[in-house]
Design a binder for this molecule. Structure first.
Ligand code: AMP
Length: 209
């Protein structure tokens, strides 16, 4: 099965993708994760895109499309995958349709106020990357990772100004994809406001599993 997860930042696409890859046996491909890994490893691509990610804008289409095209040709992706965070523009969707045939596009629906609440409260451990949330998943001790004792930090793109930019970019560039995929008969919508386990159940039903 070849799936795309669409939706605003903070809709839980990453969390759901992690659950879905176990439940639906799919390879999880997240362009955000690919960029962050490159930034962590200080590769030429990472150096090129760091400021873009920090500000909440989009990496240019040609760079992003080339990365995804290459990733989808890896042997593990041939049996099916779940694309999380790609496509994000009509140009990317057009390019993808030129080299892949999707089975479905799942749109995770979440209102802007909930996006802001979720993203602004998010914290991650500097050492092991474990995620927390100030209100919905707080660490036992403020600012300290439950798992490894590391220091918790806010991702630069979860700071207030970057959240506003990510939402602006989402509405301007990514939201038009909902209609684009709807008109091609591929779109399935899902309410992303309940807990991830509940959303996962609905997703499985939607996929006929
Ligand atoms: P994410 O983890 O999916 O929210 O992505 C984090 C950041 O990576 C985004 O805010 C963009 O700067 C960049 N990014 C991820 N996917 C794409 C994409 N498909 N096109 C352009 N930029 C992307």
């Amino acid at each position: 099965m070849k799936l795309v997860f669409l939706g605003p930042p903070g809709a839980g696409k990453g969390t759901l993708a992690t659950l879905a890859k176990e439940n639906l046996s799919l390879v999880h491909i997240s362009t955000g994760d690919i960029f962050r890994a490159n930034i962590r490893n200080q590769t030429p691509l990472g150096v090129q895109v760091k400021a873009i990610l920090d500000s909440g804008s989009l990496v240019p289409d040609d760079i992003t499309i080339a990365i995804v095209k290459d990733r989808l040709q890896q042997p593990d992706a041939l049996g099916g995958y779940l694309l999380d965070g790609f496509p994000r523009t009509i140009v990317q969707a057009q390019a993808l349709s030129g080299f892949e045939q999707l089975d479905a596009v799942v749109n995770f629906v979440l209102k802007d106020s909930e996006v802001v609440r979720r993203l602004s409260g998010r914290r991650v451990c500097k050492s092991c990357g474990t995620g927390f949330h100030l209100t919905s998943l707080p660490p036992k001790k403020e600012g300290v990772c439950d798992k490894c004792g590391g220091t918790l930090m806010q991702r630069p793109d979860d700071e207030a100004s970057a959240i506003q930019e990510r939402l602006r970019v989402y509405h301007a560039q990514t939201a038009p994809l909902v209609e684009w995929y709807q008109s091609r008969g591929l779109l399935k919508e899902i309410d992303a406001s309940p807990a991830p386990e509940t959303v996962m159940k609905v997703l499985k039903e939607l996929m006929g599993r």
